[in-house]
Design a protein around this ligand. Structure first.
Ligand SMILES: Cc1cc2nc3c(=O)[nH]c(=O)nc-3n(C[C@H](O)[C@H](O)[C@H](O)COP(=O)(O)OP(=O)(O)OC[C@H]3O[C@@H](n4cnc5c(N)ncnc54)[C@H](O)[C@@H]3O)c2cc1C
Length: 464
């Protein structure tokens, strides 16, 4: 009989880890959501709202049921924390395995080839001095599912642990048939950046800690449409290719990399389809709402006169046909880097409290980055309009919730480089919460890489 593993949460990280471990271990999965149902837990925003759309959900597959499956690695060179950079470097070995499980095979080869192609295309404009990066979207993808060999229990609540000699020996939970217990050699917490701190704090309390330590450091990508460009005739082809490149099994969107003046922050801009040069926040917010909602919600949101705005129709056409509309006008979509700071998640009963902020210092830095982008684009533009100064009203969450568990060598860090909870021999944490820095990169591929790396570590580790 293999090691007994309990995985908490069956989202992106939890599903991949279960599916990796189940071939050699006895895996029990405890998931808060009901089987075959997607639910959105109540969230109170203490300051800035993430945005109008739901940015996470509970269910088998977790947030992969509502995501876009765009895959891009975090470039370790953009990361300041030495410890996290080392972890990312090491997790690079698992890129193809993670991407394959996320519906895109031979990822590294495709990514390197398309990055080189698009660097050449972008380089021929002479404009993009900080380089470019590529975000790959497989055309066929679905929510993740857990292998049937995993003992999966859904609709669980009130998780707790029994500890003995520095280890968690038993996990206690409530399910439809009442209070249950499961003996374990190892626990992996994968409840997402907004769910994991609750469980980690519970485990720390079981080990005698009197203060809630997990939850601070919440970071996201403040994201928004900030302007429009009408490209000069001689640069139209390059910009169109950067906006969207159909590569058969996947499409590629090219990001313009933008380093802040201090060099500490790396942000990016994408070109998106548009028709008019109007720079209207209400249309941008509607576009984001429509783009990020799913199924019934999307149909409900479609009932608006804004659906017929030419810029919205252009985005819909491009999305449905994976094709760029002919023309020279493009939206500019920015993703700004945010570092771990005092933003945090905490809990009151079943409610999740999110205290997310964009600080004045961040806004100043973002405006300087926008000015840099403006100066880059001016020589290749016939017309250019960018909202400078921008305010936080123009920005909302890219749903890349991260950073709520600290990793590193400092005394305030909760997990080590193997993602093990320092206070406990046999508890690991893996999901968006352990991402310490993410430049402009979507987090899904990194979560997958870290999940595969952790599964490998657990299989090799002596858990006795
Ligand atoms: C609309 C949208 C589009 C996105 N597009 C992209 C994209 O294109 N590319 C990209 O890289 N990223 C994208 N993301 C972000 C992406 O979803 C996340 O990076 C990723 O899914 C997070 O994975 P996770 O494992 O950290 O958490 P989740 O997938 O959210 O999983 C957490 C799981 O834990 C469970 N859980 C929570 N609390 C408990 C508890 N107490 N007990 C038991 N179980 C619990 C939840 O039910 C859930 O199943 C997008 C997000 C959204 C919302």
């Amino acid at each position: 009989m293999g090691k007994k593993i309990v995985v908490i949460g069956s989202g992106l990280a939890g599903s991949l880890i279960c599916n990796e471990l189940v071939e050699s271990c006895e895996v029990t999965l405890l998931e808060q959501g009901r089987k075959d149902e997607i639910a959105y837990p109540p969230v109170d925003f203490m300051k800035k709202h993430f945005g109008a759309v739901k940015t996470f959900c509970i269910s088998e597959g977790g947030t992969t049921n509502i995501w876009d499956n765009g895959l891009i690695p975090i470039n370790p060179h953009d990361v300041l924390s030495e410890t996290f950079r080392r972890v990312l470097h090491d997790a690079g070995r698992y890129t193809d395995k993670a991407a394959g499980s996320l519906f895109l095979n031979h990822y590294s080869a495709e990514y390197n080839a398309v990055c080189s192609e698009m660097s050449h295309v972008a380089g021929s404009t002479g404009a993009f001095t900080d380089g470019v990066d590529c975000l790959l979207y497989p055309k066929n993808y679905k929510g993740l599912r857990v292998n049937s060999k995993v003992r999966a229990v859904y609709n669980v609540s009130d998780l707790d642990v029994v500890v003995e000699n520095g280890r968690v020996r038993t996990v206690v939970y409530f399910a439809e048939d009442g209070r249950q217990t499961v003996e374990t050699d190892c626990v992996v917490v994968c409840a997402g950046a907004l769910g994991t701190p609750r469980i980690v704090n519970k485990i720390l309390t079981a080990f005698g800690s009197s203060v809630e330590q997990a939850g601070t450091g919440l970071a996201d990508h403040p994201m928004g449409f900030v302007g429009k460009i009408k490209a000069r005739h001689d640069f139209q082809k390059q910009i169109q290719q950067m906006a969207l490149r159909n590569k058969g099994d996947y499409i590629c969107r090219t990001a313009i990399r933008l380093k802040s003046e201090c060099g500490r922050y790396t942000c990016c801009a994408f070109f998106r389809p548009a028709v008019t040069m109007q720079n209207k926040l209400s249309i941008y917010k509607y576009k984001s709402l429509l783009g990020a909602s799913r199924a019934g919600e999307r149909i409900k949101n479609a009932f608006s006169w804004k659906l017929f705005h030419p810029d919205i129709l252009a985005e819909i056409y491009s999305h449905v046909f994976s094709a760029q509309i002919p023309g020279r006008v493009f939206n500019i979509l920015m993703l700004f880097e945010q570092k771990r700071g005092s933003s945090r998640v905490y809990y009151e009963g079943s409610r999740i409290k999110v205290d997310w902020r964009i600080t004045d210092e961040e806004m100043d830095l973002y405006n300087a980055v926008l000015k840099k982008l403006h100066d880059m684009l001016l020589p290749i533009s016939e017309e250019l309009v960018i909202q400078i100064p921008s305010t936080e009203d123009w920005l909302w969450s890219a749903a890349h919730h991260s950073g709520t568990i600290s990793l590193g060598s400092g005394s305030d860090s909760l997990i080590d480089e193997n993602l093990r909870l320092k206070a406990c021999e046999n508890v690991f944490v893996c999901d968006g919460s352990v991402i310490q820095e993410h430049s402009y990169a979507n987090t899904g591929l990194t979560i997958g890489q870290l999940g595969m790396r952790l599964a490998d570590h657990i299989m090799k580790k002596d858990m006795a």
